[in-house]
Design a protein around this ligand. Structure first.
Ligand SMILES: Cc1ncc(COP(=O)(O)O)c(C=O)c1O
Ligand SMILES: NCC(=O)CCC(=O)O
Length: 429
């Protein structure tokens, strides 16, 4: 595999961009090779600037549930670009987007568009604090909600991969109001509420955590969380940035049958363009400016291009509910194939999978929280990642990320991936 052009491009990028990338996880720091520079994508495939083809399981870290360059998404973007790219004034397509989200997710009665998942969760916290008149936020260890100050505490994703759980530059005065709790641990949650309950504005959770690999919350845990937040008058913020419109058209909250106060979205609702959103109960959302006093704004929020890609993606998902069964089937086939391979080769692995989110850990321990996730052998993962790449399979370049199956993955891609997985795991023996 020739990666010369990518390596040179990385050297050049490093001269002008910190670490050569515009988001740390792209730098491949947890694996042994330089990042690939991508020139284009189509369907389930991406192509690097050296001309190599890969089956892509990153999908831009989740948004591309329909694959790269879906013809209807591309057409919607072209049509909108002809009319203008940004007005800083209301457009009808923003209402269409808001209606699609509110119709799909019953707990969301009003929604505000922003530009990223980070903005969505950051704004949701401000709203929760204003609404309750309280300051403390509870987050779970290993959950990642973007890089805002209050939430960059014991976070997953790149913050975990790069070994920087708490970033310098985050004021102590701000994070003193963030309490971290153990995921899937009801007793820990109860203890925290016993001590701080009356001052807790909100608990924020990834219902299926996708930033320490893939770790679903248990149904009992989710139920306990909803009950205790209600009991103490704290809000429940569901971070569905990754799970929203992926695990179901109605969100992970529909699978858990839980009714959160605020939900955060991003990724899929932007169809591959920069978007985020936060929404929830009308009585809460009415506090957002200019209706209420909680200030939050954005020059490019509700951007027409982003709305065009997002609305088209959501419409396709709504009109074709069979997509969810199809990605579930492909994902299950991958899981079964990987398990068969590991047992044939006698390698200890754990696979956590919910719908089209999947993670293979190199550990014999069941993975149900942060502590068990980090038992995985990351040196093995790095070797596995490189071997898969040589087989033409592009995975998330870290043990602590999900892979994403899209509707563009073909049966042939899945079979190729299972064979590649066998060959790659064999190199670990
Ligand atoms: C669950 C979750 N919340 C929030 C974010 C932050 O979103 P963004 O990267 O768009 O700021 C991410 C991913 O980045 C995420 O996976
Ligand atoms: N799980 C990680 C992400 O979803 C975010 C990607 C990024 O930070 O670039």
């Amino acid at each position: 595999m020739n990666l010369e052009k990518s390596s040179n491009a990385f050297i050049e990028a490093n001269k002008y961009i910190p670490g050569g990338v515009n988001s740390p996880v792209r730098a491949f720091k947890a694996v042994t090779i330089d990042p690939l520079f991508i020139s284009r994508g189509k369907g389930s495939k991406i192509y690097d600037i050296d001309g190599n083809e890969y089956v892509d399981y990153v999908g831009s870290w989740g948004p591309l549930i329909l694959g790269h360059c879906h013809p209807e998404v591309v057409k919607a973007l072209k049509d909108m670009a002809e009319r203008g790219t940004s007005f800083g004034a209301p457009t009808e397509i923003e209402t269409e987007m808001a209606k699609l989200i509110c119709d799909a997710v019953p707990s969301v009665e009003m929604v505000r568009m922003v530009n990223s998942g980070t903005e969505a969760t950051m704004s949701a916290l401000r709203l929760a604090r204003a609404y309750t008149g309280r300051e403390i936020i509870v987050k779970f260890i290993g959950n990642y909600h973007g890089h805002s100050d209050s939430l960059l505490v014991k976070a997953g994703s790149g913050a975990l991969t790069h070994g920087i759980p708490d970033s310098p530059g985050v004021p102590v005065d701000i994070v003193k109001n963030t309490i971290t709790a153990r995921y899937n641990d009801i007793a820990d949650l109860k203890n925290i509420f016993d001590t701080h309950g009356d001052n807790i504005a909100a608990v924020i959770i990834e219902p299926v955590a996708g930033n320490m690999g893939v770790v679903p919350s248990s149904e009992e845990f989710m139920e306990a969380l909803r009950n205790i937040t209600k009991e103490y008058g704290s809000l429940l913020i569901m971070d569905e940035v990754m799970t929203g419109f992926r695990l179901s058209y109605h969100g992970a909250q529909s699978l858990y049958k839980v009714d959160p106060d605020i939900t955060c979205f991003a990724k899929i609702i932007g169809g591959g363009l920069p978007v985020g959103a936060y929404g929830g109960k009308r009585k809460i959302m009415e506090n957002v400016s200019p209706m209420g006093a909680v200030y939050q704004a954005g020059t490019l929020s509700g951007n027409p291009l982003a709305m065009a890609a997002g609305v088209t993606t959501l419409r396709i998902l709504k009109e074709h509910p069979e997509i969810y069964q199809s990605i579930e089937d492909k994902s299950r086939r991958l899981e079964e194939g990987f398990r068969d391979n590991a047992s044939k080769l006698g390698i200890d692995i754990q696979i956590n999978r919910v719908g089209s989110m999947l993670c293979l850990y190199f550990t014999k321990d069941k993975v149900s929280d942060f502590d068990s996730a980090v038992t995985s052998d990351t040196v093995k993962f790095a070797k596995y990642f490189e071997a898969m790449l040589k087989e033409g399979i592009y995975l998330s370049p870290s043990q602590f990320e999900s892979i994403f199956i899209s509707n563009a993955h073909t049966d042939e891609d899945i079979e190729k991936t299972i064979t590649a997985n066998y060959n790659a795991m064999k190199t670990l023996l």
